[in-house]
Design a protein around this ligand. Structure first.
Ligand code: SAH
Length: 259
């Protein structure tokens, strides 16, 4: 779906930013780049900053006017760091992503443009008036203007997040722990009871718990352990620590003191 979303860069002066934008796009799964009258392009700096997103650059269309770049688009979003000249519907990148995804979903031929302005002066009023919405990244008001490629990154990221969510795809990387699924299985009540017994025994053995004056220690420890859901692997570690403690102080796991 995101192949129907194009990034339009207007009158970019630094080719490095074109490359940076291409990289940001490819990272987030966007491929369509349109360059409106770039000052220097093609340029080796663009390729260098694209760092492997050369395909996005190679496929980029260069056109003379914004009008041409957006002619077939049904939704045009213009980004702007700060613009109080004209009152206009302003959205943040998250809301912008919603509008884009809604439009893509409603109309399966919809072409959509995200328009980015010049490094020094942004988009002109005339250009901004060709956009249905203005996207403002809620940056520090005292230092509101992001680098062009960074702005592309933020908007493209929100689009990717929402697109993944709507497709029911995970947004988190699954880092499976090496051991096995035991990591996901919580310890049972019985295992916890055995653990508390073992713990109490060791605490007595090391002299931390006085059976004559237990002072609420075990209930407190139960409450502490109860705050986390201990899984099987963690249970094994805790039991292992107790067993090794007993060995270290010369007590068999059965509780008998070694000679
Ligand atoms: N002085 C210019 C800054 C341009 S920065 C201005 O006031 O607009 C270059 C481009 O990056 C902008 O045209 C816009 O497309 C994008 N950009 C930078 N900061 C942004 C922000 N906070 N919100 C939305 N777009 C931003």
């Amino acid at each position: 779906m995101l192949d129907r979303v194009r990034v339009v860069l207007v009158n970019t002066s630094h080719p490095g930013n074109i490359g940076g934008a291409a990289r940001a796009m490819k990272n987030m799964g966007l491929t369509q780049l349109v360059l409106v009258d770039p000052e220097r392009y093609p340029d080796p700096n663009a390729v260098a900053r694209a760092s492997g997103a050369d395909d996005v650059l190679e496929q980029a269309h260069v056109v003379a006017t914004l009008e041409e770049a957006i002619a077939d688009c049904v939704l045009v979003m213009g980004t702007s760091a700060r613009d109080r000249r004209i009152p206009w519907p302003v959205v943040d990148p998250r809301e912008a992503a919603e509008k884009v995804m809604d439009q893509l979903g409603d109309d399966d031929s919809a072409q959509i443009a995200l328009v980015f302005g010049r490094e020094d002066s942004g988009l002109t009023s005339d250009e901004l008036q060709r956009c249905q919405f203005h996207v403002h990244i809620p940056s520090n008001p005292e230092f509101s203007s992001l680098n062009l490629a960074a702005a592309v990154q933020v908007v493209a990221y929100e689009l990717r997040m929402l697109s993944l969510q709507r497709q029911g795809q995970p947004t988190k990387m699954h880092k499976l722990e090496t051991t096995n699924r035991q990591n996901e299985i919580p310890a049972t009540a019985q295992e916890l009871e055995r653990y508390y017994e073992h713990l109490q025994q060791v605490l007595v053995e090391i002299g931390f718990l006085d059976p004559e004056k237990p002072r609420q220690l075990m209930p407190r420890l139960r409450r502490l352990y109860g705050r986390v859901r201990i899984n099987q692997v963690e249970m094994n570690i805790l039991r292992g620590i107790l067993t090794e403690t007993q060995k270290a102080i010369g007590v068999q796991a059965t509780g008998e003191r070694r000679r």
